[in-house]
Design a protein around this ligand. Structure first.
Ligand SMILES: Nc1ncnc2c1ncn2[C@@H]1O[C@H](COP(=O)(O)OP(=O)(O)OP(=O)(O)O)[C@@H](O)[C@H]1O
Length: 342
């Protein structure tokens, strides 16, 4: 049973000026997120990602369709009943949204106060959380005395204060440098693994998806244009938007200009071998070429690792007897996809 379920959800905002059509931010989206998942939602600016998050934590009501969280159809609830639903959902933001006048301790304590958790329980809970995020020594510091990565760790501790089973991370690492991004993503992964918290990660960066997500949905103009297990989507992207995102971090086949340069250097046959199923070893391809006495040089591409499985495209310049090359390529064609570049 999904922990978050969207059924044919649309959200339209009133037009900015009279006579214009309403702005459809979410257009007939259905989505199932299973408990314990890290589910990535990727899209360019304006695709509707933040609106989707706001529908999940009931900060927006859908224009049509239903949103169900932990078996409760929240799109049917009244405002006063939504408070307990929201308390079960933690939020982490791009700009951290910490109280600058409160210490680290005070920021983590705030949601406990709002939720009416007895003061006697605060000490233990806050110190456990600060230990978990590695900030115990900074408990009495104020946010402007902390680095961006430390601020986000406070944001994560605060989001976990009321022990939510769902965490929504909206561009949580977009304001951070690459090294700090890795640290914060590693922390989110621990939150998922150690506490079993279901995490929805909103991002425009494919690297974030590759690092931590199990599943991904690609959004464009308010719709989900592709979804699936991260490995499947990365290794065989179907939608144009997905292909663009994947190409930001994965070198695939050479485009026309790269190919023109390769051609000037390698007059012989140039062939791309595509490894897509995660298990095929490169060794078997190279062995076939060696057996046929074909000399080869790797000229483009690479092998990538996603979710512990490998895939990629290797483009090789081949030299040797033309018929032997053809025969070797035929045999290799039964192991991987072979594309001759002309
Ligand atoms: N409260 C609102 N009133 C009117 N239009 C809105 C409102 N919230 C969002 N929109 C519009 O809905 C569309 C989707 O916005 P949304 O913020 O969900 O996209 P996004 O993918 O999160 O983009 P970004 O990364 O830039 O925040 C945009 O065209 C935006 O202008």
């Amino acid at each position: 049973m999904p922990i978050i379920q969207l059924r044919n959800v649309s959200k339209a905002f009133p037009p900015r000026s009279k006579g214009e059509a309403p702005l459809v931010a979410i257009d007939d989206v259905s989505l199932d997120i299973e408990p314990g998942d890290i589910y990535g939602i990727i899209g360019y600016s304006g695709a509707g990602k933040s609106t989707l998050v706001r529908l999940i934590n009931a900060l927006e009501q859908p224009t049509s369709g239903s949103v169900t969280v932990k078996d409760v159809e929240i799109s049917a609830l009244r405002e006063r009943d939504l408070r307990s639903v929201r308390a079960g959902i933690g939020m982490v933001f791009q700009q951290f949204n910490l109280f600058s006048s409160k210490t680290v301790w005070g920021n983590v304590e705030y949601p406990l106060q709002v939720a009416g958790i007895p003061k006697s329980e605060h000490q233990r809970r806050i110190s456990d959380l600060l230990n978990f995020v590695g900030l115990a020594e900074h408990a009495h510091a104020y946010p402007d005395q902390l680095s961006g990565g430390q601020k986000q760790r406070v944001g994560i501790a605060r989001a976990l204060a009321t022990s939510p089973s769902i965490l929504l991370a909206d561009e949580a690492t977009s304001a951070l440098d690459p090294e700090t991004t890795r640290e914060v993503l590693a922390l989110l992964k621990r939150v998922n693994e150690e506490f079993g918290v279901t995490i929805v990660v909103i991002t425009h960066e494919m690297e974030v998806i590759r690092s931590i997500a199990h599943k991904v949905a690609v959004m464009e103009q308010g719709r989900i244009v592709e979804r699936g297990a991260v490995f499947d989507v990365f290794s065989n992207p179907q939608a144009v938007a997905t292909q663009k995102f994947v190409s930001t971090i994965i070198t695939s086949v050479p485009e026309a200009d790269a190919l023109a340069v390769l051609r000037t250097r390698h007059p012989g046959r140039i062939v791309t071998f595509s490894f897509a199923n995660g298990n095929t070893s490169q060794a078997s391809v190279f062995l076939e070429l060696s057996r046929a006495s074909v000399a080869f040089e790797l000229v483009y591409g690479g092998i990538n690792e996603v979710q512990g499985q490998t895939f990629g495209h290797l483009t090789l310049a081949l030299n040797g007897d033309n018929e032997a090359i053809t025969a070797a390529l035929q045999r290799i064609g039964s192991i991987v996809t072979v594309t001759e570049v002309d």
